[in-house]
Design a protein around this ligand. Structure first.
Ligand SMILES: *Cc1c(COP(=O)(O)O)cnc(C)c1O
Length: 380
């Protein structure tokens, strides 16, 4: 069976986990602090805060930029459900805008239509690792005093040309960016998340919120020579990452350059091979963006039956997934007021499939995958 993704784990992660188990400090501690420092340095962010998942990261980031009950947050429906759920965790309302058909990311031209006096933030998504048009989104948000949070769950290592300079997603850009370390993403700690932010004071607040609103972290009390009583200044959460996960994450970070290089080569190979299938469209990559190809999304030739194609791949031992879901079509979002039509989001869900892509995938296997895909598309 060819999986959709395979995590890059080996003896180095095993040794890192053993180091933590032998240390006697298992949950959020020195490894988490080091992971935050190393992650922030890697993407070029002033500060970072590790949490238990990207969903937790999105929830805290939205709270920290000031999203309150009754507010509206402009986002995309065409995303994993966690994007919309994070807005709802703040008792705010997600207002969905459509995507662009070639990049599968937020259409900045629709922001004006979605705007209302209750708009507090824009939650944009770097979908399946391709940066969305941050230049346009920031140009819209900044003069209006609207916060920008980036759902960068899939976008570790992706790059964008922002205001004239290239940088990694999460370095500069919106107020905060949120990353995931779920095994379906490029780097994994089992579960886990990271928030990068532009304002170090905001990072300090995020670090209190993730640990029950506690004013003094355990690490400080542990090393103190005088008794310290902590205080709880606002209601917080338990969104801690463990030191066990952070130690694994630190090893994963070292592998990122290799993983990115491999994925980009394999994506290029898919693009070349796909030219053999008339009407199949490889993913777009604008000149101002470098994707990490967290997923490889192919738009099937017009009129192709998506499910039949996926079944045919499965019959040959090849995993695939349908295009990214649309939150507004799920029962979980049935109660949301729907204001804008989302035809491109719906088409992308139903007309695209995601192909296997992981660092160990062999070009010869890609050839087989595309040959079976070609046969399945032409048989119809
Ligand atoms: C995976 C994903 C999430 C959720 O990440 P978790 O770490 O599983 O909470 C959020 N947004 C997007 C776009 C994702 O792909």
């Amino acid at each position: 069976m060819i999986p959709i993704i395979r995590p890059a784990l080996d003896e180095t992660e095993v040794a890192a986990a053993a180091r933590v188990l032998n240390s006697g400090w298992i949950t959020q501690g020195p490894e988490v602090a080091a992971f935050e420092t190393e992650f922030a340095a890697l993407v070029g962010a002033p500060a970072a805060c590790a949490v238990s998942s990207c969903t937790a990261a999105l929830h805290l980031a939205l709270l920290a930029v000031g999203v309150r009950p009754g507010d509206e947050v402009i986002t995309v429906s065409h995303s994993f459900i966690a994007t919309a759920n994070a807005v709802r965790h703040c008792q705010a309302t997600p207002v969905f805008v459509d995507i662009l058909p070639d990049t599968y990311c937020m259409d900045p031209g629709q922001l004006e239509m979605a705007l209302s006096p209750r708009t507090r933030a824009i939650l944009c998504v770097h979908q399946i690792g391709l940066p969305c048009d941050l230049n346009a989104i920031l140009a819209f948000a900044r003069p209006r005093g609207i916060a920008v949070v980036e759902d960068a769950a899939c976008a570790v290592g992706s790059e964008i040309l922002l205001e004239g300079a290239w940088g990694k997603i999460g370095g500069r850009g919106g107020d905060m960016a949120c990353f995931s370390f779920h095994p379906r993403k490029i780097l994994t700690t089992g579960d886990g998340g990271m928030i990068t932010c532009q304002d170090p004071q905001q990072a300090a607040r995020l670090k209190r919120l993730r640990q029950h609103g506690m004013g003094v972290p355990d690490t400080i009390r542990h090393h103190a020579s005088e008794v310290i009583f902590e205080s709880y200044d606002e209601p917080g959460f338990n969104y801690r990452l463990t030191d066990l996960q952070a130690a694994i994450g630190r090893e994963q970070l070292k592998k990122l350059p290799y993983i990115l290089e491999r994925r980009r080569q394999l994506a290029q190979n898919y693009r070349r091979l796909l030219s053999a299938i008339p009407g199949a469209t490889p993913p777009g990559e604008p000149p101002w963006a470098h994707s990490n190809f967290q997923s490889y999304c192919v738009r099937l030739p017009p009129g192709t039956d998506q499910k039949k194609v996926m079944q045919s791949l499965l019959d040959h031992g090849i995993s695939s997934r349908r295009g990214v879901m649309c939150a507004h079509l799920e029962p979980a979002c049935a109660d949301l007021p729907r204001r804008l039509p989302l035809p491109q989001s719906e088409r992308a869900r139903d007309e695209t499939i995601l192909l296997p892509l992981y660092h160990e995938l062999e070009p010869s296997t890609q050839e087989r995958i595309i040959e079976i895909l070609r046969a399945a598309c032409t048989r119809q």
